[in-house]
Design a protein around this ligand. Structure first.
Ligand code: MN3
Length: 218
């Protein structure tokens, strides 16, 4: 069985940016439901998967699953992975050091750190329906892109690494912001865990370099 990640914050930790009620329902109801559905599908399909494969591995190999369960698996697996990512991407700590560390990288791909946030906000605002806006990393060369994905699709489904994802589903903001998605997208960037994002990028690039080194020495 896959399980909910432990949170290292309380549900009210991100007020006033994200209300306690939203955090609590988002984690205990929405995320829990995606997880329950995922466990049900896997149990019926092949419960040995639980012991042998992480959720990330399932996502990378999503297209090898039979077509009759693939969409349900995408919805529940994506829902679980996306929200696990999302919780890790939030922090109240001062992030100045890590914003500075990410600035050269973001400047290379999006013009500046500030533009990176503006572009995510812009893409998030114009996205129609339920989905996510992500910064993705291309594992072949470490390059970044800002892309939107519908429903609970995750960049791993198409061989890109997820770096930072913002939940655009109404359940992520409606109780507090009503139809004002712009204010939600403005405020969420006050609580991003840039330390997590920076360390994740470093680990992805390092893994990638190791792979390259391994191949070159063969
Ligand atoms: Mn959500």
């Amino acid at each position: 069985m896959y399980t909910l990640p432990k949170l290292n914050f309380n549900f009210d930790a991100f007020e006033p940016y994200i209300a306690k009620d939203i955090m609590e329902i988002h984690y205990t109801k929405h995320h829990q439901t995606y997880l329950n559905n995922l466990n049900e599908i896997i149990k019926k399909y092949n419960k040995n998967i639980f012991e042998h494969f992480s959720e990330t591995t399932l996502a990378i190999y999503i297209n090898t699953f039979p077509e009759d369960i693939r969409q349900d698996l995408k919805n529940s697996l994506g829902g679980h992975i996306n929200h696990t990512f999302f919780w890790s991407s939030l922090s109240l700590e001062n992030q100045t050091e890590y914003k500075e560390k990410l600035t050269p990288l973001f400047t290379e791909y999006f013009g500046s750190f500030h533009n990176t946030i503006l572009k995510m906000q812009e893409e998030g605002k114009k996205f129609f329906g339920s989905g996510w806006v992500w910064i993705t990393v291309n594992p072949l060369n470490g390059s970044l892109e800002i892309r939107t994905y519908k429903n609970q699709d995750n960049p791993l489904f198409e061989n890109l690494y997820p770096l930072l994802g913002i939940d655009l589903w109404e359940h992520a903001y409606y109780l507090q912001y009503k139809n004002d998605k712009s204010s939600y997208l403005q405020n969420i960037f006050n609580i991003i865990n840039w330390k997590y994002i920076f360390e994740l990028y470093e680990s992805l690039v390092e893994t990638n370099n190791n792979n390259i080194h391994c191949c070159a020495s063969c």
